[in-house]
Design a protein around this ligand. Structure first.
Ligand SMILES: *Cc1c(COP(=O)(O)O)cnc(C)c1O
Length: 232
Protein backbone atom coordinates (compact mmCIF):
# COMPACT_ATOMS: atom_id res chain seq x y z
CA UNK A 1 0.00 0.00 0.00
CA UNK A 2 2.69 2.42 1.06
CA UNK A 3 4.74 1.95 -2.08
CA UNK A 4 1.66 1.97 -4.28
CA UNK A 5 0.63 5.50 -3.24
CA UNK A 6 4.21 6.71 -3.35
CA UNK A 7 4.70 5.22 -6.82
CA UNK A 8 1.43 6.54 -8.18
CA UNK A 9 2.23 9.98 -6.85
CA UNK A 10 5.62 9.91 -8.52
CA UNK A 11 4.01 8.67 -11.75
CA UNK A 12 1.52 11.58 -11.68
CA UNK A 13 4.32 14.07 -11.08
CA UNK A 14 6.21 12.62 -14.02
CA UNK A 15 3.07 12.73 -16.17
CA UNK A 16 2.60 16.42 -15.33
CA UNK A 17 6.20 17.10 -16.38
CA UNK A 18 5.73 15.14 -19.62
CA UNK A 19 2.47 16.89 -20.45
CA UNK A 20 4.02 20.27 -19.69
CA UNK A 21 6.78 19.52 -22.20
CA UNK A 22 4.31 18.21 -24.75
CA UNK A 23 2.13 21.32 -24.55
CA UNK A 24 4.94 23.83 -24.27
CA UNK A 25 4.43 24.80 -20.65
CA UNK A 26 6.65 25.16 -17.57
CA UNK A 27 6.15 22.15 -15.30
CA UNK A 28 6.53 24.47 -12.28
CA UNK A 29 3.43 26.39 -13.38
CA UNK A 30 1.23 23.35 -12.67
CA UNK A 31 0.55 22.48 -9.03
CA UNK A 32 -0.75 19.09 -7.89
CA UNK A 33 -3.54 18.91 -5.34
CA UNK A 34 -4.00 15.40 -3.91
CA UNK A 35 -7.74 14.85 -3.45
CA UNK A 36 -8.06 12.69 -0.34
CA UNK A 37 -11.84 12.57 0.11
CA UNK A 38 -13.13 9.10 0.90
CA UNK A 39 -9.61 7.86 1.71
CA UNK A 40 -8.35 6.57 5.05
CA UNK A 41 -6.03 8.77 7.09
CA UNK A 42 -3.22 6.27 6.48
CA UNK A 43 -3.34 7.07 2.75
CA UNK A 44 -2.88 10.78 3.51
CA UNK A 45 0.06 9.92 5.74
CA UNK A 46 1.68 7.94 2.94
CA UNK A 47 1.26 10.75 0.44
CA UNK A 48 2.64 13.19 3.02
CA UNK A 49 5.69 11.00 3.48
CA UNK A 50 6.16 11.07 -0.27
CA UNK A 51 6.39 14.85 -0.08
CA UNK A 52 2.81 15.84 -0.92
CA UNK A 53 1.71 18.80 1.21
CA UNK A 54 -1.46 20.10 -0.50
CA UNK A 55 -4.65 18.06 -0.12
CA UNK A 56 -8.24 18.56 -1.25
CA UNK A 57 -11.39 17.60 0.67
CA UNK A 58 -15.02 17.78 -0.46
CA UNK A 59 -17.10 16.96 2.61
CA UNK A 60 -16.80 18.91 5.85
CA UNK A 61 -17.63 16.06 8.21
CA UNK A 62 -14.95 13.70 6.97
CA UNK A 63 -12.55 16.58 6.43
CA UNK A 64 -12.63 17.32 10.17
CA UNK A 65 -10.93 13.98 10.87
CA UNK A 66 -8.14 14.74 8.42
CA UNK A 67 -7.71 18.32 9.69
CA UNK A 68 -7.39 17.05 13.25
CA UNK A 69 -4.87 14.38 12.28
CA UNK A 70 -2.77 16.61 9.97
CA UNK A 71 -3.25 20.23 11.01
CA UNK A 72 -0.02 21.35 9.35
CA UNK A 73 -0.84 20.26 5.82
CA UNK A 74 -2.18 22.69 3.25
CA UNK A 75 -5.94 21.99 3.06
CA UNK A 76 -8.10 23.01 0.10
CA UNK A 77 -11.88 22.75 0.30
CA UNK A 78 -13.22 21.74 -3.13
CA UNK A 79 -16.77 20.49 -2.47
CA UNK A 80 -20.16 22.18 -2.35
CA UNK A 81 -20.17 24.56 0.62
CA UNK A 82 -23.35 25.08 2.66
CA UNK A 83 -23.57 28.26 4.68
CA UNK A 84 -23.82 26.38 8.00
CA UNK A 85 -20.44 24.73 7.27
CA UNK A 86 -18.38 27.81 6.42
CA UNK A 87 -16.74 28.16 9.85
CA UNK A 88 -14.56 25.07 9.51
CA UNK A 89 -13.38 26.28 6.11
CA UNK A 90 -12.69 29.79 7.41
CA UNK A 91 -10.77 28.53 10.43
CA UNK A 92 -8.87 25.52 9.15
CA UNK A 93 -8.43 25.59 5.39
CA UNK A 94 -5.96 27.65 3.37
CA UNK A 95 -7.99 27.52 0.16
CA UNK A 96 -11.57 27.14 -1.00
CA UNK A 97 -12.23 26.40 -4.69
CA UNK A 98 -16.01 26.18 -4.69
CA UNK A 99 -17.31 29.70 -4.06
CA UNK A 100 -20.62 30.17 -5.84
CA UNK A 101 -22.56 32.84 -3.99
CA UNK A 102 -22.10 36.16 -2.23
CA UNK A 103 -23.63 34.93 1.02
CA UNK A 104 -20.79 32.40 1.40
CA UNK A 105 -18.23 35.10 0.64
CA UNK A 106 -19.68 37.29 3.40
CA UNK A 107 -19.68 34.50 5.95
CA UNK A 108 -16.09 33.49 5.20
CA UNK A 109 -15.02 37.13 5.43
CA UNK A 110 -16.61 37.41 8.90
CA UNK A 111 -15.30 34.06 10.11
CA UNK A 112 -11.69 34.05 8.86
CA UNK A 113 -9.57 34.54 12.00
CA UNK A 114 -7.54 37.77 12.05
CA UNK A 115 -4.31 35.96 12.93
CA UNK A 116 -4.42 33.78 9.79
CA UNK A 117 -3.41 34.82 6.30
CA UNK A 118 -6.36 35.63 4.04
CA UNK A 119 -8.23 32.57 2.77
CA UNK A 120 -7.36 31.84 -0.87
CA UNK A 121 -10.46 31.70 -3.03
CA UNK A 122 -11.42 30.32 -6.42
CA UNK A 123 -14.85 30.93 -7.88
CA UNK A 124 -16.47 27.81 -9.25
CA UNK A 125 -17.64 28.26 -12.82
CA UNK A 126 -20.45 26.11 -14.16
CA UNK A 127 -19.26 26.09 -17.74
CA UNK A 128 -21.60 23.45 -19.10
CA UNK A 129 -24.60 25.10 -17.45
CA UNK A 130 -25.82 21.92 -15.84
CA UNK A 131 -28.60 22.89 -13.48
CA UNK A 132 -27.75 20.03 -11.12
CA UNK A 133 -24.17 21.13 -10.49
CA UNK A 134 -22.86 23.93 -8.36
CA UNK A 135 -20.98 26.90 -9.73
CA UNK A 136 -21.91 30.25 -11.21
CA UNK A 137 -22.79 30.97 -14.78
CA UNK A 138 -20.27 33.07 -16.74
CA UNK A 139 -22.39 36.21 -16.45
CA UNK A 140 -22.28 36.00 -12.64
CA UNK A 141 -18.49 35.76 -12.46
CA UNK A 142 -17.74 39.48 -12.20
CA UNK A 143 -20.25 40.06 -9.37
CA UNK A 144 -18.68 37.32 -7.33
CA UNK A 145 -15.13 38.38 -8.20
CA UNK A 146 -15.97 41.89 -6.98
CA UNK A 147 -17.43 40.54 -3.74
CA UNK A 148 -14.31 38.48 -3.02
CA UNK A 149 -11.97 41.32 -4.03
CA UNK A 150 -13.74 43.63 -1.59
CA UNK A 151 -13.22 41.16 1.28
CA UNK A 152 -10.02 41.84 3.22
CA UNK A 153 -9.91 38.38 4.80
CA UNK A 154 -10.15 36.66 1.41
CA UNK A 155 -7.72 36.61 -1.49
CA UNK A 156 -9.16 36.04 -4.96
CA UNK A 157 -6.87 33.60 -6.78
CA UNK A 158 -8.84 32.26 -9.73
CA UNK A 159 -11.47 29.95 -11.15
CA UNK A 160 -12.32 26.30 -10.58
CA UNK A 161 -14.43 24.15 -12.88
CA UNK A 162 -15.66 20.57 -13.14
CA UNK A 163 -16.84 20.17 -16.74
CA UNK A 164 -19.34 17.59 -17.80
CA UNK A 165 -17.52 14.24 -18.01
CA UNK A 166 -16.32 13.34 -21.50
CA UNK A 167 -14.01 10.53 -22.47
CA UNK A 168 -12.67 12.04 -25.65
CA UNK A 169 -9.69 14.40 -25.39
CA UNK A 170 -10.99 16.95 -27.88
CA UNK A 171 -14.40 17.06 -26.19
CA UNK A 172 -12.72 17.55 -22.83
CA UNK A 173 -10.56 20.32 -24.26
CA UNK A 174 -13.59 22.06 -25.69
CA UNK A 175 -15.19 22.64 -22.26
CA UNK A 176 -11.90 23.39 -20.54
CA UNK A 177 -10.94 25.91 -23.22
CA UNK A 178 -14.08 27.87 -22.40
CA UNK A 179 -13.16 27.88 -18.71
CA UNK A 180 -9.71 29.16 -19.64
CA UNK A 181 -11.25 31.91 -21.77
CA UNK A 182 -13.32 33.18 -18.85
CA UNK A 183 -10.21 33.07 -16.66
CA UNK A 184 -8.21 35.10 -19.18
CA UNK A 185 -11.09 37.54 -19.57
CA UNK A 186 -11.21 38.19 -15.82
CA UNK A 187 -7.45 38.72 -15.84
CA UNK A 188 -7.69 41.22 -18.67
CA UNK A 189 -10.49 42.94 -16.75
CA UNK A 190 -7.86 43.62 -14.09
CA UNK A 191 -8.35 40.91 -11.46
CA UNK A 192 -4.90 39.69 -10.37
CA UNK A 193 -5.49 35.95 -10.76
CA UNK A 194 -2.91 33.17 -10.83
CA UNK A 195 -4.93 29.98 -10.41
CA UNK A 196 -6.90 28.05 -12.99
CA UNK A 197 -8.09 25.02 -11.03
CA UNK A 198 -9.15 22.36 -13.52
CA UNK A 199 -8.23 18.80 -14.37
CA UNK A 200 -8.87 15.57 -12.44
CA UNK A 201 -7.68 11.98 -12.87
CA UNK A 202 -9.69 11.54 -16.06
CA UNK A 203 -9.00 14.84 -17.84
CA UNK A 204 -5.58 15.93 -16.68
CA UNK A 205 -4.10 15.99 -20.17
CA UNK A 206 -6.89 18.17 -21.56
CA UNK A 207 -6.63 20.51 -18.56
CA UNK A 208 -2.87 20.96 -18.92
CA UNK A 209 -3.27 21.46 -22.65
CA UNK A 210 -5.74 24.26 -21.90
CA UNK A 211 -3.61 26.04 -19.31
CA UNK A 212 -4.57 24.61 -15.93
CA UNK A 213 -2.28 25.78 -13.12
CA UNK A 214 -3.65 23.37 -10.51
CA UNK A 215 -4.84 19.82 -11.14
CA UNK A 216 -6.98 18.08 -8.50
CA UNK A 217 -6.15 14.39 -8.61
CA UNK A 218 -7.76 11.76 -6.39
CA UNK A 219 -8.22 8.23 -7.67
CA UNK A 220 -5.12 8.23 -9.87
CA UNK A 221 -3.06 8.70 -6.70
CA UNK A 222 -5.07 6.89 -4.05
CA UNK A 223 -7.05 4.33 -6.02
CA UNK A 224 -10.83 3.98 -5.72
CA UNK A 225 -12.39 5.76 -2.74
CA UNK A 226 -14.93 4.46 -0.27
CA UNK A 227 -18.45 5.55 -1.13
CA UNK A 228 -19.23 5.53 2.56
CA UNK A 229 -16.70 8.31 3.14
CA UNK A 230 -13.53 8.19 5.24
CA UNK A 231 -13.06 4.83 6.90
CA UNK A 232 -10.12 4.46 9.31
C1 LIG B 1 -13.35 14.11 -6.24
C2 LIG B 1 -12.90 15.37 -6.88
C3 LIG B 1 -11.71 15.42 -7.62
C4 LIG B 1 -10.82 14.22 -7.88
O1 LIG B 1 -11.43 13.34 -8.73
P1 LIG B 1 -10.62 12.05 -9.32
O2 LIG B 1 -11.39 11.67 -10.50
O3 LIG B 1 -10.62 11.03 -8.23
O4 LIG B 1 -9.24 12.50 -9.64
C5 LIG B 1 -11.33 16.64 -8.16
N1 LIG B 1 -12.07 17.76 -7.97
C6 LIG B 1 -13.21 17.74 -7.27
C7 LIG B 1 -13.97 19.01 -7.12
C8 LIG B 1 -13.67 16.56 -6.71
O5 LIG B 1 -14.82 16.57 -6.04
Amino acid sequence: MQTVICERLEAIRQRIRDLATEYGREAESIRLLAVSKGQPLGAIEQARQAGQLAFGESYINEAKLALAAFPDLDWHFIGPLQSNKTRVVAEQFTWVHSIDRVKIVQRLQRQRPAELAPLNVCIQLNVDDESSKSGVSPDELATLADAVSASSRLCLRGIMAIPRPASDLSQQRHSLARVAQHYQQLKSDGYPLDTLSMGMSGDMEAAIAEGSTLVRVGSAIFGPRSRAGRVG
